[in-house]
Write a protein that binds this ligand. Structure first.
Ligand code: MEV
Length: 323
């Protein structure tokens, strides 16, 4: 008999990362793939074969100051939020499998947290609501990322395509046409925690007012982007590409870009993309390009430069789930 498995989606941010931490909206979509957690009979070991990680409860129960890896401390926070007591009997192990690249800005850590929260709740017979799962995932994400907006785990848990606002959640957006995206990896791990902390320094610094003015401009870009995807067609995609391009200039000014991201955006531009930008935490991770009809060309030129790339589509009949 196969053991139960639990899933959660990866995500892509079209517009608005970082500003979303300060209450601005972000335009986001779940990816069709994400993270699965298998639960074979066991004793509660947290196993991540892709990272050669195998942590027994005696280690992750060691608390914040222990030498346990961050991911294990995050797991302990998640379990605690669901009400699992230290020393509890755990009848299964938790085996994490990724179908999205990790450390890429595509929401792998949030998807891992949501899938683990679902697995922990089920294996302990806890009747967890969507809110319980999301709060457990937020506890985990706070250990990993510092001051997350909640965007990643909300999209990961609920799926769909829409506008996320911190504290308000995800409201669905219906795209007129599916949005074809090219997603390429810089080869450098994204640095969500470090970049979020740097933006916080800029906000608190002498140019804080200018940074906040930038957030207002990003807010306007998200509104334009939303209207563009609802409009669809060549005019809609062109407007969305322009918004992405402008958003990237703000992200660069907020010090969350990196040389590889800038190179990838320039290359995409040279071969006729309508827009390209980083997605997620930045400092590395992935770049998205909107290049309808030219996806294969962008993929080819990025791969020629050594950036692993795939093509996907978002926004098509993706519904946000409320339960
Ligand atoms: C990370 O995927 C998105 C950020 O805006 C951080 C957050 O929303 O918590 C950079």
């Amino acid at each position: 008999m196969t053991s139960p498995a639990f899933h959660a989606f990866g995500k892509v941010i079209l517009l608005g990362e970082h500003a979303v931490v300060y209450g601005c909206p972000a335009l986001v979509a779940a990816l069709s793939t994400g993270v699965t957690v298998e639960t074979p009979p066991g004793i509660g070991r947290l196993r991540v074969p892709a990272w050669d990680l195998d942590v027994p409860p005696s280690v992750y129960e060691g608390g914040e100051d222990s030498s346990a890896p961050t991911v294990a401390k995050a797991f302990a926070a998640l379990e605690a939020r669901l009400g699992v007591q230290p020393g509890a009997r755990r009848p299964v192990d938790y085996v994490v499998r990724f179908a999205v690249p990790t450390g890429a800005g595509l929401g792998s850590s949030a998807a891992m947290a949501v899938a683990l929260a679902r697995a922990v709740a089920a294996s302990h017979g806890i009747a967890a609501s969507m809110t319980d799962i999301e709060e457990a995932a937020m506890a985990s994400e706070t250990v990993v990322h510092g001051r997350p907006s909640g965007l990643d785990h909300t999209v990961s848990a609920r799926g769909g395509f829409g506008v996320f606002v911190r504290g308000q959640g995800l409201s669905p957006v219906v795209a007129h046409d599916p949005i074809p995206l090219v997603i390429g990896h810089t080869g450098r791990a994204r640095d969500t925690k470090g970049r979020v902390a740097r933006v916080a320094e800029l906000v608190a610094g002498p140019d804080g007012a200018a940074v906040r003015a930038r957030f207002d401009q990003i807010r306007a870009l998200v509104e334009r982007g939303r209207a563009a995807v609802e409009l669809g067609g060549p005019a809609g995609l062109t407007a969305l590409g322009e918004a992405m391009r402008e958003n990237q200039r703000h992200l660069e000014a907020l010090e969350v870009s990196c040389p590889e991201i800038e190179t990838m955006c320039r290359i995409a531009d040279e071969v006729g993309a309508l827009g390209a930008k980083l997605t997620g935490g930045g400092g590395g991770g992935c770049v998205i390009a909107l290049a309808p009809g030219r996806e294969e060309i962008v993929k080819k030129v990025w791969e020629r430069k050594g950036f692993a790339t795939f093509i996907t589509e978002i926004g098509a009949r993706q519904k946000v789930s409320s339960t």
